[in-house]
Design a protein around this ligand. Structure first.
Ligand code: CA
Length: 226
């Protein structure tokens, strides 16, 4: 399920968008100011941000710039602007927003924009040639990993596991999830195999390096993050 973060101080507008999106099957987080929004962004695997420009404290333009400068480059940002504020729109797009919508808008229009942005994001994730986190890079064409300038040899299974981790950074992945997506099986082989391979991978990409990238989440699985 896709997670959408709404940063909008007008509570009735936020509630209206949130309710509509939930009815469409999206997960939704709401923040009434930029600081709360940034905190939610760091704690969750957000797929798209709906960002109002006029907010108390940090405005939408500043937030957008902060989102981009703090490494969340791939999350689409849809800006909400008031009528007659074309200057803001231009600035917003300069700051890294992907699209904008002028208030008042039809909910259908908002939905269409969201779908288009998520489609574009999916496409770029699927086709992106080099995935990276910290000083680790994975080249999907040559199927090689490099960390701290050292080339790391991976077996086919280790490669698929690493690729899946890198595509799902900051998301806690259960052993079942890994088993289904990396080993491509949907019956329970026993999840031991996952732990064994995560260990192999850790020895190769984490053991001699800092910061550690693969973390155990007790009782839940694993997460890749810095
Ligand atoms: Ca506002």
């Amino acid at each position: 399920m896709k997670l959408i973060l709404i940063i909008e101080d007008e509570q009735h507008v936020a509630a209206f968008i949130s309710k509509g999106l939930k009815e469409e099957g999206y997960d939704v987080l709401v923040a009434y100011d930029g600081q709360t929004g940034m905190a939610l962004l760091v704690q969750n695997q957000v797929d798209l941000i709906i960002l109002d420009i006029i907010l108390p404290g940090m405005n939408g333009l500043e937030i957008c710039q902060k989102i981009r400068s703090e490494g969340h480059r791939d999350i689409p940002v849809l800006m909400l602007t008031a009528l007659g504020t074309t200057d803001n729109v231009v600035k917003g797009l300069d700051m890294g927003a992907d699209d904008y919508l002028t208030k008042p808008f039809k909910f259908k229009e908002l939905l269409a924009r969201i779908r288009a942005l998520l489609r574009r994001k999916n496409l770029s994730e699927v086709t992106k040639e080099v995935l990276s986190i910290a000083d680790l890079q994975l080249n999907r064409n040559s199927k090689t990993a490099i960390r701290g300038g050292n080339e790391i040899q991976l077996t086919a299974t280790e490669y698929r596991l690493l690729e899946y981790f890198m595509r799902n950074q900051k998301r806690v992945l259960s052993r079942i999830d890994l088993l289904e997506n990396v080993w491509d099986i949907n019956f329970d082989l026993g999840t031991n195999v996952v732990d064994v391979y995560v260990n192999y991978l850790r020895n190769k990409i984490d053991k001699s390096f800092e910061p550690k990238l693969i973390h155990t989440v007790i009782g839940m699985g694993y997460v890749m993050k810095t």
